[in-house]
Design a protein around this ligand. Structure first.
Ligand code: URA
Length: 240
C-alpha cells in the first residue's frame, strides 16, 4: 500500500505537492469515489483517476470463474494458501468482485474494473445471488416462512430470500436447499442457517445475477461477453 499522492506523482502526472492540492480540491477519485484525505493508502488494485483521467490505462478484463473450494478470494494470503487468482491469467491487476468463503465454491466474477466492482457489490444495487446449500438438518415450514419474510436475528435483519427445497434425505437428516438472496453480508448464508439452528455442510454459488457456473468445472473460467457486462451493469443500476 502506498500513499495516494506518491502514487500519482510516481505515475508522472505531477509533483507530489501538486498531487496533494488536487486531492484536497476533490479532483482525485479512487475506485470511482472522490477522496480528499491526504495520505489515503492505495494498492495496485485501486483504480485512480485525476481530473477524470485514469492513472493507469489498462484494458478492462472481466472473467467468471467457478471458484474451487479451498481457495481464498484475496490477492495475497499471509498463510500462503491458494488464491482464486492462481487459476486466472497473470499480467493484469485483477481481483475478485466480493468474496466467497475459503470453503465455498461457485460463481465469482473477477475484473480489474473498479467501477464495475463497486456497482456489483454496492449495497444499494445488490444483484440476486443463488446458493446451493448442503444442510445438516431440515428446514421446517416455519424456517422457510421466516427466510421468505426476511429473517430477523438478534444481530441482523436480512432481506426476504427465495427458498426452494431440492432434496430431502431423512435417513441422514440432510437437505439440499436453493437460496436466492440480494445482499452480500459476511458469511451471510452460513449465519442465516445457523440462526435457524442448522449447519451448512457445503456451500456453492450457482448464480450471480444471470451469470451461472454452467459449463465451468471447479477452477475453470471464461471471459464475460460484452453483452453480459452491459447487462450486469444495467441490472445493477435498476436493482434495489
Ligand atoms: N454466504 C456464506 O456464508 N459464505 C459465502 O461464501 C457466501 C455467502
Amino acid at each position: 500500500m502506498e500513499r495516494l499522492q506518491k502514487v500519482i506523482a510516481q505515475a508522472g502526472v505531477c509533483s507530489r505537492r501538486k498531487a496533494e492540492e488536487l486531492i484536497q480540491a476533490g479532483k482525485v477519485k479512487v475506485n470511482g469515489a472522490i477522496v480528499k484525505t491526504l495520505g489515503t493508502k492505495v494498492s495496485g488494485n485501486d483504480e485512480i483517476s485525476v481530473n477524470g483521467h485514469n492513472l493507469f490505462k489498462e484494458e478492462k478484463v472481466y472473467y467468471v470463474i467457478n471458484k474451487p473450494k479451498g481457495t481464498i478470494c484475496s490477492v495475497h494470503d499471509e498463510k500462503d494458501r491458494k488464491t482464486v487468482l492462481d487459476y486466472l491469467p497473470k499480467g493484469t491487476r485483477i481481483y475478485p468482485v466480493g468474496r466467497l468463503d475459503y470453503d465455498t465454491s461457485g460463481v465469482l466474477l473477477v475484473t480489474n474494473d473498479g467501477n464495475f466492482t463497486n456497482m456489483m457489490i454496492h449495497p444499494k444495487y445488490q444483484l440476486p445471488k443463488t446458493y446451493i446449500i448442503n444442510l445438516q438438518g431440515m428446514l421446517s415450514g416455519e424456517d422457510i416462512y421466516r427466510l421468505k419474510m426476511g429473517l430477523k436475528t438478534r444481530q441482523e435483519k436480512y432481506a426476504p430470500a427465495k427458498v426452494s427445497i431440492r432434496q430431502k434425505d431423512y435417513t441422514r437428516d440432510r437437505m439440499i436447499v436453493e437460496l436466492t438472496i440480494h445482499e452480500g453480508k459476511n458469511h451471510q448464508v452460513k449465519n442465516m442457517m445457523e440462526a435457524l439452528g442448522h449447519q451448512v455442510r457445503r456451500l456453492h454459488r450457482s448464480r450471480f445475477g444471470f451469470i451461472t457456473d454452467e459449463g465451468l468445472q471447479p477452477g475453470e473460467y471464461r471471459r464475460l461477453k460484452p453483452v453480459e457486462i452491459k447487462k450486469l451493469k444495467a441490472m445493477s443500476s435498476k436493482e434495489g
